[in-house]
Design a protein around this ligand. Sequence first.
Ligand SMILES: Nc1ncnc2c1ncn2[C@@H]1O[C@H](COP(=O)(O)OP(=O)(O)OP(=O)(O)O)[C@@H](O)[C@H]1O
Ligand SMILES: [Mg+2]
Length: 358
Amino acid sequence: MEHICAKYGDHIVLQDFSLAVEPGEIVGIVGPSGCGKTTAIRSLCGFLNPEKGKVTINGKTVFSREERVNVPPENRKIGIVFQDYAIWPHMSVYDNVAYPLKKRKVPKDQIPKRVTYALEQAQMTGYEKYMPSQLSGGQQQRVAIARALTSSDDIIVMDEPITNLDAKLREQMLVEIRLMQSRLNTTIIYITHDQEAAMQLCDRIVIMEKDGSICQIGTDEEIIKNPANRFVFSFIGVSNFIPVTRREGKYWVETGKGRVCYRDSKPEGYLDDAENVVMGVRPMDIVFDDKSPVKGTIEQAVFLGSLYNYFVRLGDLELRVQRSTLDALGGKEYEEGQQVGLTFLNEKYYDAKEAAAE
Ligand SMILES: Nc1ncnc2c1ncn2[C@@H]1O[C@H](COP(=O)(O)OP(=O)(O)OP(=O)(O)O)[C@@H](O)[C@H]1O
Ligand SMILES: [Mg+2]
């Protein structure tokens, strides 16, 4: 997709949206509700005609206003699984999965073989004669996946396909989608606002901001290690944001009840020339260290099996700190009401103005 501009009436959702997906790749698109994820894939699939821009699939232009090209959705050969794009209730499982093949005018004698194969991939063999009302929610979604497989040999778009399932089934479906993808080498575009599901499933993740722009594209590791901005930092996992200032060449934590120096020299990644910034730091990267001049008080200590979760009061700030249980057992135990020194590791610095705008 190149320079897509898409709108509903006067409401511009995508300004200048560009995204290239490689064959055989699973790409996740994540972003807050209403940012334009579904709009982007509707433009890709042909359910919405962008104002501007170009859509190319396997080297073939399927949409371009300038070139006056607009291939209808059924000829773009994209398999689609929508959250609310249920399977047809009046058709059996077999007919649901066979339908796209008939529409694509696949020779009749090849249809049974392909339906069988698609059902096998979705682990729904044996359910051919069932009607959708006789299936559980998860089974219906698997039929939808099988149907997507018969709609396309190479591209499947999934828009929140498994949000209706319980946690365990969701987990299982993610594993199945991944396995299916590696067997068939299908290109998958997976849309969700569940960043954890996206990280688990996808080769690359596209993060969209509220305004429809893409703020980062990368592997899960790249995004976790180097979040492009404060929004990405807070979107991926639990985060602490701490106001920090530079005064007289030293670096101070602004607790809201006074300031305390936490570093004498410039921290790595500190923004040049900035006096007021916001430090982003993960719960695992705040370390209890009695020698630190930054003193907080443990307000709450919660044991979560593999880790301890602490809520630490630092002036007006409430910080989330996590320690793995093994660390905690090997070292000192920390109790509610106890004073602790705090040091920060792997911290990121963001413009305080950007932070204030949110
Ligand atoms: N058919 C429509 N007519 C008018 N406005 C629409 C239409 N569909 C979506 N919108 C608006 O476009 C914006 C983007 O919607 P979109 O469905 O693309 O968001 P999304 O990122 O998929 O959100 P979600 O995670 O909630 O599914 C929203 O502000 C929405 O209100
Ligand atoms: Mg959506």
